[in-house]
Ligand binder design. Sequence first.
Ligand code: C2O
Ligand code: CU
Ligand code: CU
Length: 495
Amino acid sequence: MPPISRRNALLLAGLGVTGTVAGGTGLWLSLNAGPTPVTGEDLGQPAALRSAGGVLATSLEAAPGRFPLAGRPAGALAYNGGIPGPTLRLRAGEVLRLKLVNKLAEPTNLHLHGLHVSPRGNGDNVFLTVDPGASFDYEYQIPAGHPPGLFWYHPHHHGRVAAQIFAGLFGAIIVEDPQPVPAGAERILLVSDTSLDGAGNVAEAALPERLAGREGALLLVNGQANPRLAARPGERERWRIVNCCVSRYLRLRLDGQGMQLLGMDSGRFQSPSEVREVLLAPGNRAELLVTAAAGESSLRALPYDRGSMAGMAGRGMGPAGPAERDGPADPAGTALATLVVSGDPAAAAPAIPAGPAAADLRSAAVAARRQLVLATPMGAGMGAGMGMMGFTINGRVFDERRTDTTVAAGTVEEWTLVNRSPMDHPFHLHVWPMQLIAENGRPVEPAALRDVVNVPANGQVTVRIAFRDFSGRSVYHCHILDHEDLGMMGVIEVR
Ligand code: C2O
Ligand code: CU
Ligand code: CU
């Protein structure tokens, strides 16, 4: 039986045959059942927890409850009672001690996305499980030379990663700049999506949704629907944006305002560059400088074609292209937040100090070259009933007992990531950042560091990675987290 796109599922739902298709109430049945979102609230900021005396010691309690989402209480999951969880702020060279308390009805654990820290022991070790009712003391030494920037934390318990993030478990981490970037205001914008059922609880996704990668009906910033921000003309604001969505790509625009990109992921540019648009795959971050111009503008997420599982016909072709999967996409996209600029003009903002010169691996000696093939073969046995579609890397689904890739510590490798499927897969490597070298054969200039790189449908990307500072076992995976949960993940050991 061929895979069923969301559009086909909707069509079938309309014909009253959903029971046969999805084996029960699918997510898509509940999309319009939730309460109407409240828009136009003032943008809130998550609580901030800061280091003192070289240490940030705190706890994160993951628990179910009713928390505000889109302006109304929703049945969801939260860290320390808020969606998003608290922002952890610390500096390179400091120690982060986190007690994770699991008050959920299922196992969980914790991952610090993008941080260059040890994957061993009670560090950034995704092989650990924290059972319901249990707690675990994580400890991370942030290296002295760690790049400043925006990172995030989320659960990483294989099989339930997408569902736990979709339900509200995520938060930001900031490694402070050694030299501050002058800005009148700094805002953290954690973009997430979710769907609520008729009772106002976060919905579970049906299998067709998981195969495609679930996209929620609500697109939120810090848990709010289209909140409002105010600024004065000429004011420079720093917006730190994380794409916490499980599967959704964010093609961001802020028309009518000056927008500069200061960096992406942990890669700060030496100087910011003017941009019209920024594409964030799931897991990516952007640091933007916004120079406010009088008037009202909206930060929008425009439609992005990431391909689809159906038809195997390639993106934009065939009857089940992504635009059709969700109905005709609105070319204006979705308003994420509204910036209102009025009042007396602000004084001109001081110059931005230059960032560090980017290390460039293009001239490095390459110790090994590898190819990793991402594919979605039929009959690869994920055993989930419908579809029988496998999510594989080099032909294998994830098995935590198997080591797929062994790397010599201290070396530089070049990896070619090949996508043999009709949809994009955002490839993520833990611990060690990747330098983009080429996309579909075109060289990428200048040097750009990422921890999530998009591998386009039926395309390929080349990266180089310096496996420095740490050894141990960790993972790489597709950051469409439904795909990761379905097995598109591999184990790396650096030794
Ligand atoms: Cu943000 Cu392994 O994940
Ligand atoms: Cu990660
Ligand atoms: Cu994927």
